[in-house]
Design a protein around this ligand. Structure first.
Ligand code: SF4
Ligand code: SF4
Length: 490
């Protein structure tokens, strides 16, 4: 849905737009009426086909097109559209929509400007900006808004949205779409990732560029469907069977979801693998300012196609980059691919030597390019006694704890893992020689804390601040951990 209206602001040009109510979808909960800050909406005396009273617009001139009614409606029965984003409807798109809802607005393919946007929506817009035109998925809280947005946007971009029967098929579909030449992605949460894992392994083995978004919730199993956690971090590294390199990006805000979704597509195309975006229900459902630059300013990496002739091309021939070149589907190239261990023709090869060469390359194409892939943010690291290592939403909750610990005279550094995988092993090792230790707050029972401990020299202490999810840390617990590590300094 369109959550991209500019907020009401003094001195800004008045936005013209339209409030659209899909009356027969409405269940009469009145959320939109109650929450509209400008009393634009009232309850109609009319009944809809379900027997409810839908909202009606009673003060249209007061509307600032803030989009709050749209975001709050549990049934996607109301949304707003602004004039600047409505463009001429293409006849083929009109045909698709004629069978669905004639009122749906058509939005420009490339949005740009400043928006008040939900994280999940920013993820979908980031994918579109990266050139993604295929989404295969199955709805699941708290990732459903990504599918909703893609279902709404892709048909008007000549893209394809398919809701499958489950996540197994969804993952298989994006691998297929990728091999057909499309940038593709899926979005789900923990239980969905669990179903996808075998096909994620297939994507790793076939080297299929695609993006998998995990909006994490409280786990395991069904856990806390509408709440949050960060407990799938190890699953992103070790979820599917076998050895392979993983790339996982952890945004902390809607803006970063937009930016990192583009980066995830770029990395997927460059290194040929499914790339994870590990967000969570807080960041996914958070609404903040998102700036979308003009399309010409967005850096896009497209996959490398072979320049060899059809008789010379081998689908898994490796050059210096360790990444095989693609051939364009339909261009006459013979292409064989499989989940089996394979030679450079893509044909099964069950020898020990081939297994070693394939699996080693799947790992080393990531580890040997770590400087290109890895992103970390460091603040006040030099001279720090204690370094707080954090990622995703936890990177925001640690800030007041760090400030409080600094007021107590402790030198605290901040290290945010924007890419959790590949893990910054060498950097942790290097820092562990200089500081008393690390504090690792996360919404799980110590997954990344163990990784930090593994990489640090034994003299440096590592203290995890665990939380099972469904809430956020009490910042005093983080302060206490910082003090304990600082005071243990030799
Ligand atoms: S867009 Fe904002 S101001 Fe307009 S009706 Fe919805 S909530 Fe009210
Ligand atoms: S929030 Fe949605 S379902 Fe509830 S009254 Fe408004 S339009 Fe209807």
């Amino acid at each position: 849905m369109a959550s991209h209206a500019k907020p009401a602001g003094s001195g800004t040009k008045r936005i013209k737009g339209k409030i659209i109510i899909l009356e027969d979808r409405c269940k009469g909960c009145d959320f939109c009426v109650e929450h509209c800050p400008r009393d634009v909406l009232g309850i109609s005396t009319q009944f809809n086909e379900k027997g409810y009273h839908p909202p009606e617009v009673i003060n249209e001139e007061n509307c600032t097109f803030c989009g709050l009614c749209e975001r709050i409606c549990p049934d996607f029965a109301i949304y707003i559209t602004t004039e600047e984003e409505v463009e001429e409807v293409k006849p083929e798109v009109k045909k698709v929509y004629a069978n669905r809802n004639k009122n749906l607005p058509i939005v420009k393919s490339t949005m740009k400007g400043e928006f008040f946007m939900q994280g999940d929506i920013a993820c979908a817009e980031g994918a579109i900006a990266a050139g993604c035109r295929f989404f295969g998925g199955y709805p699941i809280t708290p990732a459903s808004e990504i599918a909703e947005r893609m279902a709404y946007r892709l048909p008007m971009l000549d893209g394809v949205f398919i809701q499958f029967e489950d996540e197994i098929a969804s993952m298989a579909s994006i691998i297929g779409a990728s091999f057909a030449g499309m940038k593709s992605f899926t979005a789900t949460s923990g239980p969905g990732i669990s179903l996808m894992t075998e096909n994620i392994g297939l994507g790793m083995m076939m080297e299929a560029p695609c993006v998998v978004v995990n909006v994490q919730r409280g786990s395991p199993s069904t856990g806390l469907p509408t709440s949050w956690g960060q407990s799938d971090m190890m699953q992103a590294k070790w979820g599917s069977h076998g050895d392979y390199g993983s790339i996982s990006l952890c945004p902390k805000s809607p803006q970063e979801i937009f930016d990192l979704t583009i980066r995830a597509f770029n990395l997927a195309e460059k290194y040929r693998l499914p790339v994870f975006i590990m967000t969570d229900a807080i960041v996914g459902h958070m609404t903040e300012k998102v700036v979308i630059p003009p399309v010409e300013e967005i850096e896009i990496f497209d996959r490398k196609y072979t320049n060899k002739s059809t008789d010379k091309y081998l689908p898994y021939e490796i050059g210096k980059s360790m990444i095989p070149d693609f051939a364009k589907a339909g261009d006459g190239y013979r292409y064989h691919t499989t989940g089996l261990t394979h030679d450079e023709r893509g044909y099964p090869d069950m020898t020990e030597q081939c297994q070693k060469s394939v699996v080693t390359r799947l790992v080393e194409k990531i580890t040997k390019n770590i400087d290109d892939i890895m992103m970390i943010e460091e603040i006040d690291i030099e001279g720090a006694d204690v370094i707080v290592v954090c990622y995703g939403i936890t990177a925001r909750t640690v800030i007041p704890a760090i400030e409080k610990a600094k007021k107590k005279g402790i030198k605290v550094g901040y290290m945010r893992l924007i890419t959790v995988w590949p893990f910054p092993e060498q950097r942790i090792k290097e820092l562990s020689r200089k500081c008393a230790g690390f504090v690792v707050p996360e919404l799980n029972l110590g997954q990344i804390a163990l990784e930090v401990e593994r990489c640090a020299f034994p003299d440096a202490r590592t203290k995890g601040v665990t939380h099972a999810g469904g809430g956020i840390h009490d910042f005093n617990d983080i302060v206490k951990a910082i003090e304990e590590v600082a005071h243990g300094k030799k």
